[in-house]
Write a protein that binds this ligand. Structure first.
Ligand code: PLP
Length: 410
């Protein structure tokens, strides 16, 4: 039996505990949805205000130079790089994730012009599937996308495969794939590897250099806490820079944007992947959010994340035996930083729980999803969240007819 006292003791020993103060959290509310939209940090708020009140208000157009706005996409990329095991000059912050996937898919296809197959996971996030289909349809040669059961990857890896695109942590189940081994297999087949890090970055250690990954991209607004619709990031391994082309070129990715030349010539390095003007205020929010990570070693984040998810799973099994199916793998090396519970009435359960002050989310058809962010969650929060979940189940609160109609965002 795990008691609330035990959880208080875990919190006393938690090296990341002081970081909770850096976030604005609602009193009495337990936020288990940082995997969907991270909360505001004080640093984000300060930095956005500085951008507006000083750089924009006073500096006006001069700030493109004097405040370094023009270099923010690559500078923030370098700031983010250590979180994903990338080196300086390999990461760019721009656009949003689906756009960056388009750029990387288009670029990768040109590097393997003798091959015509892209492999991806049939259970991938829908946006990833839409954009890969569209990029294949717009390729300069016939290209087909095979959305496969990822467990059967080996059978499909033949000399026709140009690119394999997988999401490192499954957004629904929370299962984490083995990046190094899979990337090696893909390379052995002569194909290129693109990892989607949407549910990994800021939550689990990622070593793109050590895993010899070609391309990667991820979100700014999930575990990185960059704010709703925050810019995303992309990674191009140094050996592919200057070789991979940007299928969506634009003026700020030109070698000399202010020469206004009619002919496109890509800039050197990651700048070549820039299309448009950076979203400066949004970059400010992400910039501030990344400051918090500078104070939190990824090793500590991972240790606490596993402890929080272990605790949540143990409490579900102890207090709600046989009510939910725990979909997320028990093995640590296969788990991201979320726990997915399957239940026929999942939508109502999540809604009823939100009314009790525990924010999770629902992923159709039947998954209650709970994200665990070690930067601000306490062990007692996990304990109290389960208490409220038990209440929702025992009092049948989730069967209320208000939950028969779903909101636009679940
Ligand atoms: C959240 C998410 C996206 C959505 O990204 P946008 O920035 O809204 O384009 C895409 N893919 C995966 C795997 C995600 O988890």
């Amino acid at each position: 039996m795990i008691t609330r006292d035990d959880c208080e003791k875990f919190d006393e020993r938690d090296v990341l505990a002081p970081l909770r103060r850096e976030f604005r959290l609602n009193e009495g509310e337990i936020y288990l949805d940082g995997n969907s939209l991270g909360p505001v940090s004080e640093a984000s708020s300060r930095r956005v205000n500085e951008v507006i009140d000083v750089e924009w208000a006073k500096g006006l157009v001069r700030s493109w130079n004097t405040a370094g706005w023009i270099d923010a996409p690559t500078q923030l990329g370098d700031k983010l790089a250590p979180l994903i095991g990338a080196r300086p000059g390999e990461v760019l912050v721009a656009d949003t994730l689906t756009f960056l996937l388009a750029k990387l898919i288009g670029g990768a296809l040109e590097l393997r012009s003798d091959r015509h197959v892209i492999l991806t996971d049939a259970a991938n996030f829908h946006s990833d599937l839409y954009i890969v289909e569209a990029m294949a349809a717009h390729a300069r040669r016939p290209v087909i996308v095979k959305a496969i059961d990822r467990e059967t990857l080996d059978e499909h890896l033949d000399t026709d495969v140009a690119l394999v695109m997988l999401t490192h942590v499954d957004f629904r189940t929370g299962e984490m794939l083995e990046m190094k081994g899979i990337t090696e297999k893909v390379h052995a087949a002569g194909a290129l590897m693109l990892w989607d890090l949407a549910h990994s970055t800021g939550a689990v250690p990622v070593d793109l250099t050590g895993c010899d990954v070609d391309f990667a991209a991820g979100c700014g607004y999930k575990y990185l806490n960059g704010g709703p619709g925050a810019p995303a990031f992309m990674y191009v391994r140094d050996r592919w820079q200057g070789v991979t082309t940007n299928p969506l070129p634009g003026w700020l990715g030109h070698a000399r944007p202010f020469d206004f030349e009619m002919h496109y010539e890509p800039a050197k390095g990651m700048r070549a992947f820039i299309t448009s003007s950076p979203s400066v205020m949004a970059l400010g929010a992400l910039d501030g959010a990344l400051d918090v990570f500078a104070r939190a070693p990824m090793k500590d984040i991972r240790t606490k994340s596993l402890a929080l998810t272990d605790l949540f799973i143990a409490l579900v099994e102890e207090k709600l035996p046989a009510v939910f199916e725990v979909v997320t793998p028990r093995e640590h090396d296969k788990r991201g930083s979320q726990v997915a519970l399957r239940h026929r009435d999942g939508y109502g359960i999540v809604q009823a729980l939100i009314e009790q002050g525990v924010i999770g989310d629902f992923r159709a058809p039947d998954i209650c999803r709970f994200g665990f962010t070690p930067l601000y969650l306490r062990f007692v929060d996990v304990y109290d969240a389960i208490d409220r979940l038990v209440d929702v189940m025992e009092r049948d609160l989730y069967l209320d007819e208000r939950y028969m109609v779903r909101n636009a965002v679940t």
